[in-house]
Design a protein around this ligand. Structure first.
Ligand code: NCD
Length: 402
């Protein structure tokens, strides 16, 4: 794909780019994890919570569907996806947005040599929002520049949401991961972990605090090629007193990207790079130290024959969970995974699914609420949700949820 027309825009520092993708403090496109600042995350998590609560009743769900029933979305997913595609579709349905999708460019005019950039502009003629996933890293970013250029020329322009760009970025996965982490460490959700549980945990782990600050996050698996770890680590790097342990096989293609490492260290994160789930940090086993464990699969679809042959020599058992390994973890420490897990490699065997720390299915469901929150924010309709909530419950969400 030829993106050279956008090269000068692509080459700029991230600060300049993110400034172009927002209007005051509202995102106009969601392309990078770096756009998910802490105040915005707090806001989006709160909106997600309101949507989740309202969805519990038929009346609430019907009202939510009125919020964006005048909007249409295009889901343009030319790279395989199950959760991101379906949870965005479900999020659209929650808010009443009508969806259409193109998942296979061979059934679109791209077979007649239409450029992907033209396809995007066509979608923007018919839809009010484009949610996209591509195996080309910078494609979504360039689409957002194209939309901004159109807007500058007073032409029709719609928001672009990046649902996964090559091995580069997956900002909305970082959003749902943060929503899950936030909920877990607030210990205040009935179906999750009530506040009394926090007091109980404090008796056992005296330095435990509420919220994502002051925590040790362990990431395990293919950290070099997985975009979810890159996006989540970038976002977590904003929190206070954070330690990150990156556990990856000894092959530089699978290990933490040096640029990301330097970036995290520059933000004051304590970074450790380890070669096994049984390794130690500061003399203590990493699994006993971790407040949260983020597992990932080896991304074999990126293998070349040479890489596949090299990886044959690696002992991947060091990067797989077992019941015994889980038994060393803190009682409250969530086990997360962006999914899909690899059913053959079994980095998380199914016998762990019933452990109360196994949060990955809940995490996937959280994607629906978090993505609905993002859609409402981008559509500038959060005020309508506030009004709806108050009408429905007689009190504002601030009073009833916090
Ligand atoms: C991830 C992705 O596509 O990057 N999946 C997802 O969106 N939940 C992770 C993966 O494919 O390993």
């Amino acid at each position: 794909m030829d993106l050279s027309a956008f090269q000068w825009q692509l080459d700029r520092p991230i600060r300049m780019k993110t400034a172009e993708f927002q209007k005051e403090d509202r995102l106009t496109h969601c392309i990078f994890a770096a756009q998910l600042t802490r105040p915005l995350l707090d806001k989006l998590c709160f909106i997600a919570e309101m949507i989740r609560v309202l969805s519990r009743t038929k009346e609430g769900s019907n009202k939510l569907r009125e919020l964006l029933s005048h909007k249409r979305a295009m889901l343009y997913f030319t790279q395989p996806s199950t959760r991101t595609f379906l949870s965005f579709m479900a999020a659209c349905q929650i808010l009443g947005i009508t969806c259409n999708d193109v998942r296979d460019p061979s059934v679109s005019s791209e077979v007649k040599k239409e450029s992907p950039m033209d396809s995007i502009r066509m979608f923007s003629s018919y839809f009010d929002l484009i949610i996209m996933r591509s195996n080309v890293s910078k494609f979504a970013e360039c689409c957002a520049y194209q939309m901004n250029d159109l807007a500058q020329n007073s032409m029709r322009s719609v928001p672009i949401i990046n649902g996964g760009a090559g091995s580069d970025e997956h900002p909305t996965q970082a959003l749902l991961d943060m929503y899950t982490i936030e909920r877990t460490f607030q210990f205040d959700h009935k179906e999750n972990s009530p506040r009394s549980r926090y007091m109980e945990m404090r008796r056992k782990y005296s330095d435990l605090t509420l919220g994502p600050d002051n925590k040790t996050y362990a990431f395990c698996g293919d950290l070099g090629r997985g975009r979810t770890v890159r996006s989540l680590a970038t976002v977590l790097g904003q929190y206070k007193n954070v330690t990150m342990c990156f556990i990856a096989p000894e092959d530089e293609t699978l290990q933490l990207d040096p640029d990301l490492r330097d970036n995290l260290i520059g933000k004051g994160v304590n970074v450790y790079e380890l070669d096994s789930l049984d390794a130690t940090v500061n003399g203590k086993p990493v699994l006993e130290e971790a407040d949260c464990l983020y597992m990932t699969r080896i991304q074999k679809e990126h293998d070349t024959p040479e890489l596949a042959a090299r990886y044959q020599q690696l002992d991947l058992s060091h990067y797989k969970l077992t019941l015994d390994r889980v038994s060393h973890m803190k009682d409250y420490a969530p086990i997360l995974h962006p999914f899909p897990r690899d059913s053959e490699e079994a980095e998380i065997p199914t016998d762990i699914d019933n452990d109360p720390r196994a949060m990955y299915f809940r995490q996937a469901r959280n994607g629906m609420w978090a993505r609905a929150a993002l859609l409402l924010h981008i559509a500038d309709a959060v005020d309508h949700l506030n009004v709806l909530y108050k009408e429905f419950y007689g009190v504002s969400a601030e009073e009833s949820l916090q």
